[in-house]
Design a protein around this ligand. Structure first.
Ligand code: GLY
Length: 368
């Protein structure tokens, strides 16, 4: 079954996210209306080997002539140097404003190709074809694009909404198990933010999605995108409600940063899972949320094979984590912004979290 989800907001062109199994064969037909001139597929070397032949064949069958531009896999490609190289190749290919970029890959490809599309000739059309669970449920939808700098991740970017997103569940079959579990963390996050019923399903019958069951994955991706697109539609530029999508990210990002963003040590999704468990336990410790909910969050995250305790990721200093959290780009005016919860499915933004309480909590959690 194929599901088409609309994404619309007051300040951007509406677009569709198509989710289902076996979508790659018909990708060309869906992309053709946006391919008025030349088309360049930006992908990485790993994804190119797995999926480029089928994507190119589908585009060709629909009369879309495309060429490949590959980048090295991994977060290091989200750099000024790689952005410059990509833009230089687009110029060498002679792309103009009517042309199209297709981002075929995970979050790194989507973020870099998206930023290149935002900047090239002041913006050209972009189609996202996410190939990881994390990219399907999060980074391909909503228009955030970015590269990293030595001072931090995602610090240079632009909002550039795609014209179309095609999430083919079949492409997840080639994902390593750890990558699938990492994407599952973002799925759980969506339930935790605003849909307790969805979280119940993910904890029970739907849990097989974390192990690759295609039907469960399809339902999990569809519901995640419904939740995300509703939030993005209300608040594209993260002036308010969109910050909820950062549940688990302020704790998680600080932990990732302390580990030098070493994906072998802790993937982004694992950091988000651990961050969600911490956010719920901190909420419970502050008397904002029932302890039973925080315990259940921990049980469900652990059952998916994801970390829930600081000690699962390493040894940390509370002061260093707090400094990282306060330096997070979501912090405003020196305050500490945290996404906390009143219950499973009821997250809220706290723009003035008590730093001393956070430091004490981190120590109670085992940080030095
Ligand atoms: N990944 C969070 C957002 O798109 O806002």
């Amino acid at each position: 079954m194929t599901t088409t989800l609309p994404v619309s907001g007051a300040h951007f062109e509406p677009y569709e996210v198509v989710v289902g199994e076996g979508l790659t064969a018909g990708l060309g037909r869906r992309v053709a209306p946006f391919a008025r001139g030349r088309t360049v597929i930006i992908t990485d070397e790993t994804v190119a080997g797995l999926h480029a032949p089928a994507v190119l064949a589908s585009l060709q069958a629909a009369g879309v002539r495309a060429r490949l531009l590959t980048i090295p896999p991994g977060e290091n490609s989200k750099s000024f140097a790689e952005l410059e190289r990509v833009i230089d190749r687009l110029l060498a290919f002679g792309l103009d404003r009517r042309d199209l970029i297709i981002a075929l890959g995970g979050g790194v490809v989507g973020d870099l190709a998206g930023l290149a599309a935002a900047l090239y000739m002041r913006g050209i059309d972009l189609v996202q074809v996410p190939t990881t669970l994390l990219a399907q449920v999060d980074s391909s939808v909503g228009g955030k694009t970015a590269i990293d700098t030595p001072r931090g991740k995602n610090l240079v970017g632009a909002f550039h909404q795609p014209r179309l997103v095609v999430a083919d569940i079949d492409l997840l079959a080639t994902l390593p198990e750890r990558q699938l579990r990492s994407g599952w963390a973002e799925v759980l996050k969506h339930g935790l933010i605003c849909d307790a019923g969805f979280f119940d399903w993910l904890a029970g019958e739907g849990a097989v999605g974390a192990k690759g069951d295609p039907a469960a994955l399809t339902r999990a991706v569809v519901r995640s995108i419904e939740i995300k697109s509703a939030i993005v539609g209300e608040d594209e530029k993260e002036a308010g409600r969109r910050a909820l999508l950062n549940l688990g990210h302020t704790f998680g990002h600080a932990i990732e940063a302390e580990l030098g963003f070493d994906e072998d040590a802790l993937t982004h999704g694992e950091a988000v899972a651990l961050g969600c468990a911490l956010a719920f336990r901190f909420s419970a410790a502050r008397g904002l949320c029932p302890l039973a909910d925080a315990d259940r969050v921990e049980t469900v995250i652990a059952a998916a094979g994801l970390p829930t305790r600081l000690e699962h990721a390493g040894a940390f200093s509370a002061d260093r984590l707090l400094a990282r959290m306060a330096g997070d780009k979501k912090a405003e005016g020196g305050g500490l912004t945290l996404i906390l919860a009143r219950a499973i499915g009821d997250a809220f933004v706290d723009k003035a979290a008590d730093r001393a309480a956070v430091a004490a909590f981190l120590r109670a959690e085992g940080a030095a």
